[in-house]
Design a protein around this ligand. Structure first.
Ligand code: NAP
Length: 453
């Protein structure tokens, strides 16, 4: 299908008159943090890739025309009519940086159905409606690119689609949410509680007024669903991604973890232990060995570790958010589309570049969490009397759970605190052992259960 109208200019090269595309028109949806960063980058093209000079910000859709803006746009560019942006025949590339599910999803679909290529930073829409969006894009012969949707300024989507795609991927393990990483880092370095750091992070603008999507792990789940889909070549049903946030991580656990040689991170993990078997895709707070490459990713930074055969380990690290960093990712997608449009011939106009388009049609099978094999950290409060550790050991032993370390520390309000780290165990078996332990008369409570990388 032919895309939106581009401008052509006759140019003389070596005495021959050739026609080349000189301008692609961008329709931007949203002029908030990312939209503003994107405009600033596009308006300041000197010293960057020369293709940027061929792009024009043609329309920018916003909610309010009265708001003061950090960028100057020519009269008539700003509009509140978002439909007009996605249907205008002059627009070649629609950039969706509105956020939220609607109207973002409908506008992306409308843009596609009007023959526009789409760039989006919206992980929530892609993780939920990616199948519908990519089906529509393939049918319309247009690209939907989303580098900014995961890891902000870190290039990880294109590397997974291109440079790393010849590898058999074993795992993708990421710190993909800056807010939770900031909170956990401060809890670790200052010994502060979750609630205190969260309140401070909200004051400083590192956490939203409603922090649910971040602290409950939902944002990270959206992102690992996208990464898993690219790494393992299939669609992912978001509802099958296990998700546990960081609200229950206490400073006590952070201190114990540190003594045992770990730090606690919110990890998003997609892993296939055996080829062709179901994937494990999950988000949860995790004890990470202090020597692991992800252990020292602190503050709002993000990092994604990809392990594949034959490449081995490759780690991507950088700013996971922010106007400039995210705009870098958005504009790199615009550039990729521009490059393809520029080199298209009349004969190839209906062929999508196979490394840029989405080719997945099947869903990946996801293993239930009971089948996960991992180490666990558990903290028990028990009666302070002899024989309790023995009873714990018996319950674990009966279920084939072997213990790597058992530490009994201080007594609090007449209760003893016992911290256990297991060897690798099937999560289902560990759960059965815990159910029996809960029934023991000597057990007061099990305040923490965390997985160990
Ligand atoms: N912020 C980051 O660092 C970052 C990093 C990675 C990915 N992202 C993703 O990028 C997207 C945009 O984030 P952001 O932080 O730039 O958001 P933002 O600052 O809240 O900006 C949203 C923009 O969209 C406009 N908008 C929202 N809903 C609208 C509607 N119904 N009709 C018309 N205009 C509407 C707003 O218009 P007004 O200006 O008129 O209010 C505003 O300009 C989100 O999907 C986010 O997840 C953000």
């Amino acid at each position: 299908m032919l895309r939106g109208v581009c401008q052509y200019a006759p140019t003389i090269i070596f005495g021959e008159l050739v026609t080349r595309i000189v301008t692609f028109k961008v329709g931007l949806l949203g002029l908030g943090t990312v939209g503003t960063g994107t405009v600033q980058l596009l308006l300041d093209a000197a010293g960057r890739n020369p293709l940027l000079q061929e792009l024009e910000i043609y329309r920018v859709g916003v909610r309010s025309l009265d708001k003061s803006r950090a960028v100057n746009l020519p009269n008539g560019v700003l509009t509140t009519d978002l439909d007009e942006v996605v249907t205008d025949p002059a627009v070649d590339i629609v950039v969706e940086v509105l956020g939220g599910l609607e109207p973002a999803r409908s506008l992306i679909l409308k843009a596609i159905n009007n023959g526009k290529h789409v760039v989006t930073a919206n992980k929530a829409v892609i993780a939920r409606y990616g199948d519908e969006i990519f089906e529509a894009a393939n049918a319309a012969g247009v690209y939907v690119l989303l580098e900014a949707a995961v890891g902000g300024g870190i290039p990880v989507i294109q590397p997974l689609k291109q440079s790393l795609s010849v590898n058999r991927i074993h795992s993708v393990t990421g710190i993909v949410n800056g807010t939770t990483n900031y909170i956990l880092t401060r809890m670790q370095t200052e010994g502060s509680s979750f609630n205190d750091v969260l309140a401070d992070a909200q004051k400083l603008g590192y956490a939203e007024a409603d922090p649910t999507a971040d602290v409950e792990g939902l944002d990270a789940a959206d992102k690992i669903a996208i990464l898993a889909s690219l790494a393992f070549g299939g669609r992912i049903k978001l509802q099958e991604v296990y998700c546990e946030g960081i609200r229950s991580v206490s400073k006590t656990d952070i201190t114990y973890a540190q003594k045992l040689g770990f730090v606690i991170k919110l990890l998003a993990i997609a892993k296939r232990d055996t080829p062709l078997l179901p994937l494990s895709v999950r988000v949860h707070p995790t004890l990470v060995p202090q020597t692991h490459p992800l252990a020292n990713i602190n503050g709002v930074n993000n990092a994604i570790l990809v392990e594949g055969e034959p490449v081995g380990q490759v780690m991507f690290f950088g700013p996971g958010a922010g106007a400039g960093a995210t705009a870098s990712a958005v504009v790199s997608d615009i550039l990729n589309i521009t490059a393809v449009l520029k080199t298209k011939t009349h004969e190839s106009r209906d062929i999508l570049h196979p490394l840029l388009a989405c080719s997945h049609h099947d869903y990946c099978a996801i293993a239930p969490m009971e089948e996960l094999v991992t180490r666990f950290y558990a903290r028990f409060l028990t009666q302070d009397r002899p024989g309790v550790i023995g009873k714990l050991g018996t319950c674990f032993g009966d279920r084939g759970v072997s213990l790597e370390s058992v530490v009994q520390t201080g007594v609090e309000q007449e209760l003893a605190e016992i911290v256990v780290v297991t060897h690798d165990v099937r999560e289902g078996d560990f759960g059965h052992a815990l159910a029996e332990i809960r029934e023991l008369e000597a057990i007061d409570s099990i305040p923490s259960l965390l997985r160990v990388l």
